[in-house]
Structure formats: structure tokens, C-alpha cells
Design a protein around this ligand. Structure first.
Ligand SMILES: [Zn+2]
Length: 88
């Protein structure tokens, strides 16, 4: 007995798939919905966002450290830093 109504049609691996963004035909082995170019583009975009966020965080951190070092009653931090530099 066949239950065609319940059986979902299996995905044919030989069926051509296309990039969702630019429509380039994708290789059947590629499970992504975007072609390699669009994925590279997207990765680059996220990389740029990451660099921007990292720079902003770095600036905040630098300001935080600059204000934190204004306290002259904590000379131990500087000594640790010098020791590390000598080891390296
Ligand atoms: Zn594409």
C-alpha cells in the first residue's frame, strides 16, 4: 500500500540548485544555498563588521586601561609586564 500523500518526495541530488543571491548554478555536492562567490562576499562583509567591532572594543579597552593606570598605588602591574617582556 502506497501512502503517497504522506511520503515527501525525496530531494533529487541530480536536480540543479541555484544560488539564492545571484542565481549561479551550484554543484550538487554543495549543500549551501549560496554560491562560493556570494559566500566569500558575505564572509568578507562579516569580517569587516568584526574588524569594526573589534576596533571599537579595542578603543574602549584602551581608554579603560588608560584610566585604570592613573592610580599610582599599583606598581605591581608594571613589574609583571617587564618580566614577561624579558622572558619573550
Ligand atoms: Zn551567488
Amino acid at each position: 500500500m502506497k501512502l503517497d500523500f504522506w511520503n515527501k518526495e525525496p530531494i533529487d541530488p541530480s536536480e540543479p540548485r541555484y544560488c539564492k543571491k545571484c542565481g549561479t548554478e551550484l554543484p550538487s555536492t554543495d549543500n549551501h544555498s549560496l554560491c562560493i562567490n556570494c559566500r566569500a562576499e558575505r564572509a568578507q562583509k562579516w569580517k569587516n563588521i568584526g574588524i569594526g567591532a573589534g576596533t571599537a572594543l579595542g578603543t574602549v579597552f584602551a581608554v579603560f586601561v588608560a584610566f585604570g593606570n592613573k592610580n599610582p598605588n599599583q606598581p605591581s602591574d608594571e613589574d609583571d609586564e617587564n618580566q614577561n617582556n624579558n622572558q619573550a
